[in-house]
Design a protein around this ligand. Structure first.
Ligand code: BGC
Length: 980
């Protein structure tokens, strides 16, 4: 399989590709077979029957490339040793060949294994059913699960295989007890692979709105569309990647490079989606910060990258937003492809059992990312509850690590009954919790669209070569309602005004107001010595990013950068139902009687046509930067961006237009720059050019792009977007940890997160580096003044939270006896579809019954975390301890929305290092001109605490004073400070 070949990867793309599914499928089959021959590390079937080495206690056979240093307080590697050993052999062979070919460089690289830490064991999996909020659902689930056969329990935990249903993921039903198949569909910005849906703005745009109500509203609209399309589980929102690396390929799916902002946005989106009864999936747990080497084989390596993180950083940054989602009641958590501290996230017991299920009290189910499961028994024991899409270690191989293997593993005692019961119960409880047992809202049928075809008729399991009945697979139901209004509002409010000299913006339908136009022309006449007429205002629009290109769905999964950029690419993208381009909106916005529009919708306009350019009085230049998921690449963007530059020579375009607009000898025309981007871009080459008067960062606006941009440009919406990340002056300014690892440093690439807490603005602040535009920055057409900051302590400071409460409810109890093997035999007369994953066995002879060697400490329950005790963790962590209030007055000339942001500084404490400031509150309020509003922030115990690695708990600094800063950005000079 070619390393980055998306068809081989099996993620088939946009509509046109799906139509040719069958053709692709046969080449895919071929790829898969070739692939299988070359794979030496794993055999899915052997994997379980031979016992899963991940759970072995034998530490004596450490692979040669295991670490020299420990990170977490770990003693035992959880990396699959047999796979490692085989991988080492394969690696040695490859090394031998490379050396033979003179590959001394590679040899040297692989000799220098960097030190890294290992993840500690945490067993057994805490059972779901301890939270008051889920008690009813667990009671109902217990009733249903107690009637299930083992085959049914296994079925609900295992996907039926890639393209075996109409959604991107489908598990098996428990028919006899009335539990349906669940339909799982991407993704974070709309319903992937579907018609007649809304292409909402991407997460990064939502983050830039800083508007909680809008976050919720977008989630709700997304939830409505999912339900009406027949989707049970939405694969979003995305809060990981967090944005450690500004060039990270999927940062745009999330909400910004700060855990607090991600947490609020993720939780509000979750609440919105779930308010419609659809299960949300918070993903990707955790530290999937770069696309390079995110999963085995995709990048030519047998293993994924390991994100090596210390305990405090994990808690305070990467796991933080997941905690918010759990507190919001999220139904599902998707574990990520990468390893964390050298244990695959989906088999990492410390992460899933320890942090997620014990400490955060997660009551729903953990599902794997697509093929992120890399072990069988081991992952079940580590806390995985559902495997997706069900296939084994290769796309669409139909050889699940669970399914029949899980049936065997339960029958031979490898996976305890209480674990399989808990797995099934968690899934069924989540279904009840969201009210999906109501058949009027969730008919027990496949979705009414097919991810794999645009035809009305087709088969239900196109991934199977077996002959099947043709049925209606696309009903073309329009679920858009009036969601374009929300999409437009998010896109407009998520547009950040970075520069606006001489108040060049807003424009109006005649370009400038009469007064502005007169003064502009007087100035131009003076400096150029030429009369600047009384005729129409001549405006030039430059850049491919202003226009339609070949249409928004030209590339599958949006995996190329052409035309105006509305979203990044990958599973987080959708088929655009339409895309309003900026040029359409500009044409409509300007009065043709007053404005002469000159369009150059290319990045290589004829800039030598002096006669035209010289006469331009205003130039609007568009440029962009794209990235996406690692299964596809475009130009030199292999998922992650190779740098932070504008793409397609955008910098050049801007500089040249600036030089030529309104006169070859100086560029006297005003220039407005519009940027669509997946994340921060460097602006140093042009930002200070004197005629660049305004810059708008429109992020990734979705289908309503042009309308939303026009709303801001023409002033119908007063800009209120703020940066959800820092725009630095160079990539180096973000620190060494901010660099994507493009070349592997070992057979398991080791990404040491040595910068700890210091990412994005925390790094700039610590090193006192001046950014170009700081985190939280954003201008308005009006201005605001802060006064009267007050701080009211509501509770006394104390170091530790109240003791962990007793569980509010009891997990269901089931008998622990292993059922008879007959429960998992193929039912008589059953005609299986080829490659479809069932829980069944042909014969009970397949069950091997040697004693299973459980991992060290498996039977010694871990002490429950003091930080846990309820859904979202210890309830005391969510208690408000201090209130900060501030008055904000609109002192400018127009009405507008303001985003007061609260940053906290910790009191100093010996031996503990704290960031200069951390975001701990924000709100968006609309204030009429001349009026004043009071904004209040409630800070919880968690907000005021740091994670103490020794006490293994959140600790408030009880001595000294906390500092609070409220302003328009993380460095707002007009901000106010207070203490507590
Ligand atoms: C992505 C997930 C997505 C899944 C299903 C994976 O490749 O990482 O985010 O939900 O595919 O499409």
């Amino acid at each position: 399989m070619a390393a980055h070949d998306p068809s081989a990867e099996g993620l088939l793309g946009g509509r046109s590709e799906r139509d040719t599914y069958r053709r692709q499928q046969s080449s895919f089959e071929k790829n898969r077979d070739d692939d299988h021959d070359s794979e030496s590390d794993l055999d899915a079937t052997e994997f379980l029957t031979r016992r899963d080495p991940l759970t072995s206690t034998d530490n004596s056979r450490k692979p040669a490339f295991l670490p020299r240093r420990q990170g977490w307080s770990i003693r035992r590697p959880l990396v699959n040793r047999s796979r490692c050993c085989i991988a080492v052999l394969a690696f040695m062979l490859a090394l031998w060949l490379l050396l033979g070919a003179g590959g001394a460089f590679v040899y040297k690289k692989f000799q220098e294994e960097p030190p890294y830490g290992l993840s500690p064991p945490w067993y057994p999996t805490p059972k779901g059913g301890i939270a008051a909020t889920w008690a009813d659902s667990y009671a109902k689930a217990a009733q249903m699960v107690s009637k299930m056969t083992l085959a049914e329990k296994v079925n609900v935990t295992t996907g039926t295989g890639w393209q075996m249903g109409l959604a991107v993921g489908t598990n098996g039903p428990a028919v006899h007890v009335g539990f349906p198949q669940l339909q799982l569909q991407d993704g974070p910005l709309g319903i992937r692979f579907a018609d007649n849906i809304t292409a909402f703005p991407a997460g990064i745009t939502v983050g830039a709105t800083w508007n909680r109500q809008l976050m919720y509203a977008r989630g709700k609209a997304h939830g409505i569309e999912a339900r009406e399309k027949g989707v049970n589980v939405l694969l979003g929102p995305c809060v990981g990647p967090l944005g450690r690396m500004p060039a990270g390929g999927r940062n745009w799916e999330g909400f910004g490079a700060d855990p607090y902002l991600q947490g609020i946005a993720g939780a509000e989106t979750t609440r919105g989606i779930q308010s419609e009864g659809v299960m949300a999936t918070i993903k990707h747990f955790v530290a999937n910060e770069q696309e390079h080497f995110r999963q085995p084989w995709e990048w030519g390596l047998p293993h994924a990258v390991s994100s090596n993180i210390d305990d405090r950083t994990l808690h305070e940054l990467y796991a933080w937003p997941f905690a918010d989602a759990v507190k919001a009641g999220v139904a599902s958590v998707m574990c990520s492809y990468n390893m964390v501290n050298n244990s695959y996230s989906c088999g990492n017991s410390k992460l899933l059992n320890g942090i997620l299920k014990d400490e955060l009290g997660f009551q729903g189910f953990v599902m794997s990312d697509w093929l992120a499961q890399r072990g069988g028994v081991s992952t079940a024991l580590a806390g995985l509850d559902m495997t997706m899409p069900g296939d084994g270690v290769r796309w669409a191989d139909g050889r699940s690590l669970w399914g029949p293997e899980l049936s065997k593993a339960v029958l031979n005692g490898s996976v305890p009954m209480e674990r399989i019961n808990d797995m099934a119960t968690r899934i069924v409880a989540a279904w009840y919790q969201l009210g999906q047992d109501d058949e009027t809202r969730f008919p027990r049928q496949p979705p009414n669209f097919s991810s794999w075809s645009t035809e009305r008729m087709g088969v239900l399991s196109p991934g199977s070569p077996s002959e099947q009945e043709t049925v209606e697979v696309n009903q073309f139901i329009n679920v858009q309602a009036n969601h374009s209004i929300i999409a437009r509002q998010v896109a407009a409010e998520g547009t950040v005004l970075l520069k606006n000299e001489n108040e060049v913006l807003p424009l109006n339908s005649q370009g400038y107001t009469d007064a502005k136009l007169k003064s502009r022309r007087d100035i131009l006449a003076r400096v150029t010595g030429k009369a600047h007429g009384t005729g129409k205002l001549k405006i030039g629009v430059f850049g491919e990013d202003a226009g339609p290109g070949n249409g928004p769905n030209f590339c599958k999964d949006r995996d190329c950068n052409q035309g105006t950029l509305g979203s990044g690419w990958g599973s987080g993208a959708v088929d655009f139902p339409y895309l309003v381009t900026p040029i359409e909106a500009l044409r409509a916005g300007f009065d043709a009687n007053k404005v002469e529009l000159h369009e150059y919708l290319t990045n290589t306009p004829p800039l030598d046509q002096q006669s035209v350019l010289e006469s331009l009085e205003l130039c609007i230049v568009f440029a962009n930067a794209d990235s996406g998921e690692g299964f596809a690449k475009w130009a030199d963007v292999k998922g992650d961006r190779p740098n932070l530059d504008l793409q397609k020579s955008g910098d050049d375009l801007i500089s040249k237009v600036s030089a030529k607009c309104g006169g070859s000898d100086g560029g006297y025309g005003d220039v407005i720059v519009i940027i669509h981007s997946v994340g921060p871009v460097l602006m140093e080459k042009w930002i200070d050019l004197p005629n660049i008067k305004a810059v708008l960062l429109a992020n990734l606006p979705g289908e309503e792009s042009g309308h939303a941009l026009a709303d801001v440009l023409f002033g119908a919406t007063n800009p209120s977007g703020h940066l959800p990340y820092t725009i630095g002056k160079s990539l180096d300014d973000y620190g060494p940890g901010a660099k994507v690892m493009y070349t592997p440093n070992g057979v398991i690439p080791q990404q040491d997160f040595t910068e700890g807490l210091y990412i994005d603005y925390r790094y700039f602040d610590k090193r006192d580096i001046a950014p170009r535009y700081e985190f939280g920055f954003g201008l308005s057409y009006t201005s605001f003044e802060y006064t009267n900051l007050t701080v009211i302590g509501l509770k006394k400071k104390s170091a530790l939270p109240a003791p962990r409460p007793d569980p509010a409810a009891e997990p269901p109890k089931y008998g622990s006896g292993i059922p008879p093997g007959e429960e998992v035999l193929f039912p008589e007369g059953f005609r299986p579809l080829e490659k479809y994953i069932y829980p069944y066995l042909e014969t009970t002879d397949e069950i091997v019954s040697e004693a299973y060697h459980y991992p060290d400490g498996y039977f010694t329950p871990q002490p429950p975390s003091g930080a846990g005790g309820a859904e979202g963790g210890n309830p005391d962590l969510w208690e408000v301890y201090v209130k900060v209030a501030v008055d904000v007055k609109n002192v400018g000339g127009v009405d507008g929305a303001v985003v007061p942001q609260l940053y906290l500084s910790y009191p100093s404490k010996k031996g503990v290092d704290f960031p200069v400031r951390v975001l701990r509150g924000f709100d968006k309020v609309f204030v009429r001109k001349g009026e004043t509003t009071t904004v209040e922030f409630g800070l919880t115990r968690r907000d005021l605490s740091y994670w103490d690695v020794v006490q293994q708990n959140w600790v408030m600094v009880a001595e000294g004073e906390y500092g609070f800063f409220v302003g328009d950005s993380s460095r707002d000079e007009g901000g106010l400070s207070g203490k507590w």
